[in-house]
Design a protein around this ligand. Structure first.
Ligand SMILES: [Zn+2]
Length: 243
């Protein structure tokens, strides 16, 4: 796949996505994100081009090692220099994507010890695979090239607790809580602490939704260019455990 200035061309993306040009193509016409000619024109001569892609296993290893550094209090704070700032201003090649909760205690770049341009992060309360989240992750993988998606939940998640309580909620808070309820039903059928079980069943459920409801993500997975995993973050220790 050719990638120009961090983005695949519109034609290539549509081919990869396996969708026709009516719809997305018409909507994208004139959009700089999909226009190869304009992207080339903006590419500075000093950039070295696309780095080697990071396969799913290597990406996962990189994240696990980064999280271990965070847990051990030995963060390297990589890719946060002024040079990295300059480099990433021209293009981005994130090696992994995260679907995480908006909770202020779980910032992806910090808990995985990564820097600018490393992670394509979608954060939404309850880390739910909403239509917008799925679309964002399709972009982060099919267009930007990330080969790993981590659905990251965490202990004491207020969104999951609200889904368990199942009480009326003001405004639009109920919208994302609704998307967690099928996972809560699975958790209710298990023995043990309902909240702990629901955190795990929710990340597994949202990961399954990503894998099953998106033709683009399914295709990438089938081709070995994408792996989707689920994880739970321990608020007190900082450790992420795959579940
Ligand atoms: Zn949460």
């Amino acid at each position: 796949m050719s990638r120009i200035n961090g983005f695949v061309g519109r034609r290539n993306f549509l081919k990869l996505a396996g969708v026709g040009s009516v719809g997305i193509g018409a909507a994208a016409a004139g959009n700089i994100l999909w226009n190869e000619e304009e992207a080339v024109a903006q590419k500075p001569a000093s950039t070295t081009g696309k780095p080697p892609s990071v396969d799913p296993q290597t990406a996962l290893k990189r994240l696990i090692e980064g999280n271990q550094r965070f847990v051990d209090g030995k963060r390297l704070n990589p890719n946060q220099s002024r040079l990295r700032l300059q480099e990433t201003s021209f293009a981005q090649y994130p090696f992994a994507a995260i679907l995480g909760c908006s909770d202020s205690r779980v910032p992806a770049e910090i808990v995985f010890d990564q820097g600018l341009g490393d992670l394509f992060v979608v954060r939404i309360a309850g880390n739910v695979a909403s239509q917008e989240a799925i679309g964002s992750l399709e972009f982060g993988t099919a267009v930007l090239g990330a080969q790993l998606i981590v659905v990251l939940g965490h202990a004491k998640c207020g969104a999951v607790t609200a889904a368990i309580k199942d009480e009326p909620l003001p405004g639009r808070i109920g919208a994302f809580v609704e998307e967690i309820k099928p996972a809560v039903e699975v958790a209710r059928s298990k023995s043990g602490n309902i909240e702990d079980n629901a955190i795990i069943s929710n990340v597994q459920y949202q990961a399954q939704r990503l894998a099953e409801s998106s033709a683009i993500l399914r295709k990438l997975t089938r081709e070995g260019k994408l792996k989707i995993v689920a994880g739970r973050y321990d608020l007190a220790v900082g450790k992420i455990t795959l579940v």
